[in-house]
Design a protein around this ligand. Sequence first.
Ligand code: ATP
Length: 450
Amino acid sequence: MPDAATMEKIVALCKRRGFIFASSEIYGGLGSTYDYGHYGVLLKTNVKNEWWRAMLQERDDIVALDSAILQHPKTWEASGHLAGFTDPMVDCRTCGQRFRADHLGDLQCPQKPSKHPGEGPNCDLTEARDFNLMFETTMGPVKDSGATVYLRPETAQGIFVNFKNVLQFSRKKPPFGIAQVGKSFRNEITPGNFVFRTREFEQMEMEFFVPPDEAPRWYDFWKQARHDWYVDLGLRADHLRLREHDPDELSHYSSGTADVEYLFPIGWSELEGIANRGDFDLTAHAELSGEKLEYFDPQTKERYVPHVIEPAAGADRATLAFLVDAYDEDDLGGEQRTVLKLHPRVAPVKVAVLPHLRKDGLPERAQEVYAALRGRMQSEYDEGGSIGKRYRRQDEIGTPYCVTIDHQSLEDATVTLRDRDTLEQERVAIDGLADELAARLAREWRSPKE
Ligand code: ATP
């Protein structure tokens, strides 16, 4: 059976249910920027928290960092971004649109969408030119005399420039990592496919510093670990793959790069890159800053520049992958339901409490149950509309459990617990309900679409 998820359906659901909106919509939108609504914030926060959990809570060799978005311009000189963070672009003299020269085969001609840019009868493309993707702004009150600074195009460099600070306070020695989550900005020539490629996005990056001879082993380790993270959070294993870059795809500093790719409706696309960056970054920053960025091993009396393994993921792209993988349309005996079969750990809301009727003391009892649950997990109370409608609403935002309070609840202190995936309903006691739900939410979960 073909997958029910298409990009159009995901965009429509995100808008309808308040996950993600086009930014500045009342002014006609602003080139590929998006705003996250209530459920989108909850979902993306869960994705980021799961990443932090994997990096910090489940390991003891990684520390956290939150560096500034604006950094000294020399940062971008050392990293090579000022000189080389470019994409080739072409302009069409006919329609005035700009395209990435290396993506023409994936793009549509705006005037003749069945053709690629350059292939339509009126297309008139310029030669390819390099275009720097960094956003520039000015620091200081006077634009003319202020210094030009850049919005960071990746979070990684904030980690490298803090290497010495972190080494001093954290009492770590290689192998150890520094992890950061935050916004990055790239003036992408052809953004698109919803939040897959935008000009403002969030990254989740970790730089793992290792003794040089251990780099190949850690590169293999992180490739597998990062692939498995997505599987553990419920993405279908047959929709994920690790793709090693060909030698001609590698950046000049990298001796190995692999992408975790997901089978989006637009085809296999990068979710995350894992790179063996050698000592390129620390050496470049040491040279330009004059600071020693190395590690002295007091036991072996050896001094060396650690090598770096970098898993670099995108929070928005991962969120989109979770949405796509979860989206399903079930046929319930003639009636269709749209449902997000999200892993309970990433689902925005864990449980919805629903009084069966808006009378006979049911809302009051339901409010008590809700009050007991909300301190333990993200919960929602809803008494508007028929019970079927309320179930549908929760299905569409991916809530794994619904608790319904009915007349029997007043008599025997039980509720109906409905499972989003199996649709099974069972009666469980109100006493101990939060523990029961917490246990269910912590269980291993595999996509029913698998
Ligand atoms: P691409 O080839 O798709 O442009 P990249 O290889 O330049 O990506 P990296 O620099 O390795 O990407 O960044 C790491 C991760 O950050 C990517 O795997 C992706 O998840 C995310 N990312 C990069 N650029 C964007 C963007 N414009 N919009 C959303 N996420 C992005």
